[in-house]
Design a protein around this ligand. Structure first.
Ligand SMILES: Nc1ncnc2c1ncn2[C@@H]1O[C@H](COP(=O)(O)OP(=O)(O)O)[C@@H](O)[C@H]1O
Ligand SMILES: O=P(O)(O)OC[C@H]1O[C@](O)(COP(=O)(O)O)[C@@H](O)[C@@H]1O
Ligand SMILES: [Mg+2]
Length: 327
């Protein structure tokens, strides 16, 4: 069985609340087990630029409540090239890193899998950290709960003013190819319609529903549009504006405020559990896997399987109820 002595930890792709509790758990679990830990700054960029530091217990003090990531993150194009990967590998080897914990989303895992197939002497363990909740093998990814709560708080406020003015709001929420935030926030806020990349919405049906809502004495309407929806929030709003005259129409793009803020209790616990499990999995000799939450248990999934978007599905009952509960 392979023996790990030094773990490198990095956060990569979009930051997500809960990454800091996870880093803390990785560092302290590794130290508890007599391993050394290296923090790699700015994701794969830090591996290529040799921007790394030794981590001790006090390196991760008082960070449980912080959004963002103390290690910083980046979208690093050079890591996608063979040359970039080779430099990253040589730097990691020179530091004595023999196990890597990568906290990030689908892009990060795609890179991790390629890297570890090319250089199998460095074991790699993925931790799902993305507000998009778009990975198989973990019911929830780090940051999704906090981001959804942030979105709900914002939409509740928009509902107040929408109601006061009898207005129709189109609200774009994040999710590059994923309707996960849109669906949960929409149901939680009683959105009149939710447009998702995973489901096609006919604009004619949307217009009819909004008109019906007005006739049924709805004083405001909220339509949530996931960023990855193929129509796009502006085009949908324009198409509806032409047909729905009773409401004054506004568009709000919530943007990056969705990624910030203190992690929720759920994300603090999830980050701690996943970080703890990732280090223990590396110690047990595992590689090319992701630790994830399934039925309240921490289980491992092959990275390849975690990336299988076709198998990732939004909850059918949520999809079914989203139209029924909003009438
Ligand atoms: N095909 C790939 N090969 C190697 N590295 C990749 C690949 N795809 C993504 N990455 C690395 O992972 C990083 C994060 O991916 P990205 O899609 O931006 O975020 P996320 O991991 O949150 O989905 C990229 O900036 C790049 O460094
Ligand atoms: O902050 P950026 O680079 O503009 O990226 C925005 C994207 O990042 C996200 O917030 C998170 O996605 P990733 O976790 O895949 O990076 C997406 O919802 C959004 O499309
Ligand atoms: Mg992603």
């Amino acid at each position: 069985m392979r023996k790990i002595s030094k773990i490198g930890v990095l956060t990569s792709g979009g930051d997500a609340p809960g990454m800091n509790p996870c880093i803390r758990a990785v560092v302290r679990t590794a130290l508890y087990n007599g391993l050394e830990v290296v923090g790699i700054r700015q994701g794969y960029k830090g591996l290529i630029d040799n921007d790394m530091m030794e981590m001790k217990h006090r390196s991760v003090s008082n960070i449980l409540n912080l959004g963002g990531t103390i290690l910083k993150t980046a979208r690093c194009l050079p890591f996608k090239t063979d040359e970039g990967m080779e430099i990253a590998y040589q730097n990691a080897k020179a530091r004595g890193i023999d196990g890597l914990v990568v906290i990030g989303g689908d892009g990060t895992f795609t890179g991790a899998l390629r890297f570890s197939r090319k250089y199998p002497d460095i074991a790699v363990m993925g931790v799902p950290g993305t507000i998009d909740n778009d990975l198989c093998g973990s019911t929830y990814t780090l940051g999704f709960d906090t981001a959804t709560n942030t979105v709900i708080e914002a939409i509740d406020k928009i509902r107040d003013t929408a109601d006061a003015h009898d207005r129709l709001f189109f609200i774009e929420v994040m999710g590059r190819d994923s309707g996960a935030i849109a669906l949960r926030a929409g149901i939680s806020c009683g959105a009149e319609a939710i447009l998702l990349p995973e489901r096609t919405t006919a604009i004619d049906d949307l217009i009819k529903n909004l008109k019906d809502g007005h006739m049924n004495k709805k004083s405001s309407s909220i339509v949530i549009v996931a960023e990855g929806d193929k129509n796009g929030v502006w085009d949908v709003a324009k198409a509806v504006q032409k047909e729905v005259k009773n409401y004054d129409i506004k568009v709000t793009i919530l943007g990056h405020l969705q990624r910030g803020g203190a992690p929720s209790s759920f994300d603090r616990i999830l980050g701690s559990r996943l970080g703890f499990a990732a280090v223990n999995a590396l110690i047990a000799g595992e590689s090319q896997k992701m630790v994830g939450l399934q039925a309240n248990q921490i289980l491992m999934t092959d990275l390849e399987q975690a990336l299988n978007h076709h198998e990732f599905k939004l909850e059918p009952d949520l999809l079914q109820m989203m139209d029924i509960l909003s009438i």
